[in-house]
Design a protein around this ligand. Structure first.
Ligand code: 5GP
Ligand code: ZN
Length: 111
């Protein structure tokens, strides 16, 4: 938990978010500025800044995040039509929030 991190604050409910999925290790909630009809963020609850500082032991946790993407695709009825999962890393990767997250985008072609 990093007090200044907006996504850590969502995990602890100090900041509000529309949460769609939660388990012990992973949280998924709506992006506040959606860029597609369905735009969710999937995060590990544990604060990891970005892919650039990922440790080997973190790999399974990111696999769980991707498995949550599968569940969200099914829950939103887009498993067959498809969806996009993005992860931005670092300034030139377009990362703005430095708590690792996957964007889940669906609902239009090329989401
Ligand atoms: P990235 O760091 O991958 O560029 O994107 C960060 C994403 O987090 C953006 O799509 C932005 O709209 C979203 N975001 C930033 N602050 C908040 C917030 O306080 N709540 C929610 N739900 N989303 C946020
Ligand atoms: Zn954080």
């Amino acid at each position: 938990m990093t007090a200044s991190c907006i996504f850590c604050r969502i995990v602890t409910r100090e900041s509000a978010a529309e949460i769609e999925y939660e388990d012990e290790e992973v949280l998924a909630f709506k992006d506040i500025y959606p860029k597609a009809p369905v735009h969710l963020l999937i995060i590990p609850k544990r604060h990891i800044e970005s892919l650039a500082v990922l440790e080997a032991d973190d790999a399974a946790l990111l696999g769980k995040c991707l498995f949550v993407a599968r569940k969200l695709g099914e829950a939103h009825g887009v498993a067959q039509r498809g969806y996009r999962v993005n992860c931005h890393s670092g300034p030139e990767g377009g990362q703005v929030v430095y708590h690792l997250h996957f964007h889940f985008l669906a609902g239009r072609r090329g989401s």
